[in-house]
Design a protein around this ligand. Sequence first.
Ligand code: UD1
Ligand code: CA
Length: 489
Amino acid sequence: MSTTELAQAGRDPAPVAAIALAAGLGTRMRSARAKVLHELAGEPMIVAALRPLLALGADPLIVVVGHQAQQVEAVVRAAFADGARFKFALQADQRGTGHAALCAMDCLPASFSGDVLITYGDMPRLQPGTLAGLLQSHRQCGAALSFISVELADPGAYGRVVRDSGGEVAAIVEAKDASAAQREIREINTGVYAARTDFLRGALGAIGSDNAQGEYYLTDLVAIARGRGLAVKAIKTARIGEFAGINSREELAAVSAEIHMEINRRLMASGVTLIDPATAYIGAQVEIGTDTVIGPNVQILGRSKIGSGVRIDGTAWLRDVVIGDRSYLKIGVRAESCRIGEDCEVGPFAHLREGTELEGHNRIGNFVETKKAHIGRGTKASHLSYLGDARVGRDTNVGCGVITVNYDGYDKHPTEIGDRCMVGCDTQLIAPVKVGSDVYIASGTTVLRDIPDGTLAMSHHPQREKPGWTANWHKRHQKRGQTGSGAGS
Ligand code: UD1
Ligand code: CA
């Protein structure tokens, strides 16, 4: 389906709501964390699973939560700006998919009369076009209920699609409840449904739990509809991979690798060089400009946006980072929630923490850590510094070993440094403190109070000398039978 068709499906005047079932723990993950919170290619599974529903314009989009309900809700709310569309229905005990869907119905406004899509929170590969296709067929045949089925060589534990003599869908029978003959059926239920709201409202309450698992099966809707003389359609598709639920860590890793490869192919096709695509872990939401070169072992996550002609040597971890054109990240950069302007040089081994802003043409060298630091255009901190809660002007040079002493054990305090300053090596700025422009701070200075514009500041201790001291020192130790080779041993 093309994007225009998709957009049309999204703009379809007939309203569509959605229910995503995500209450289960997922025992095969062997995790204390709810399955849908596990990350797939850098984002929680539930986020990827909800995206196609949003793309189709589902409103409301009801997420049925149970295990770690609050965390799941928080993750979903944080991931999508369009928060108003989401509703969260609590299913305190997981009594089956039918019960889960029933729990969601309270969140559907009484006035809603469109169609409802039902999917799972652990089905992150589902594409919006596939859902749009389901919805379209469902509406065209005027079915009360439609679902997507696939043919599998090994139908395993999936629900079997049982058809009547006329070839119409008669029921879905779970593997555990199936007869030997039914178990031979290779057409299975994917768990993706579209249903008319009027049908759902009445039918969900009619589901019982008299089956092998003692659960309320959503799949019983099929037989209920047929019993009421309503049409049920199975939309068969060959796109098997989209419906693979993720049940184990091994599946999580395999699907992550697939997603990464897809993203990498798209990026390479758009003009980005990946030196080693197998070790480029780039999130689905990341944007990268042309002629950017990304080295091995790089993770670029979240809503990062990287310009053109950028070079990232390798071994970098970047989340929610904006990088301007032509900037160069040498090996070993970690950066989070920050903005790096154009033509900057960062690293090797630099740590840009949240709230760092480099205006452009900056150099942040090895073993420099920044946090909530606004660094003016052309300013450099080339070696071994900590700049936290700081605002530094333009064309200032921050010498080796400069430290903003921002924390008194209770509170953080700001440091301000103006334009065109020379901050000498090993200077400590005891915050809160304000350094003007065109200030020269001698190396080793402890800056305790504000420094006005154009001033030289120093706090040198007088130097003392003891001639011949070293030879005496060695002599004292050698008498005790120790050996020393002088400095640096
Ligand atoms: C279900 C279908 C089966 C289909 C298969 C496809 C039923 C009865 N069976 O089986 O026909 O072939 O999916 O994957 O529906 N969930 C809840 N609350 C619950 C139970 C489940 O939210 O009480 C959620 C789970 O978190 C999961 C989804 O529903 O995301 C599916 O549940 P699962 O137990 O995996 O269903 P299956 O038994 O695999
Ligand atoms: Ca399943």
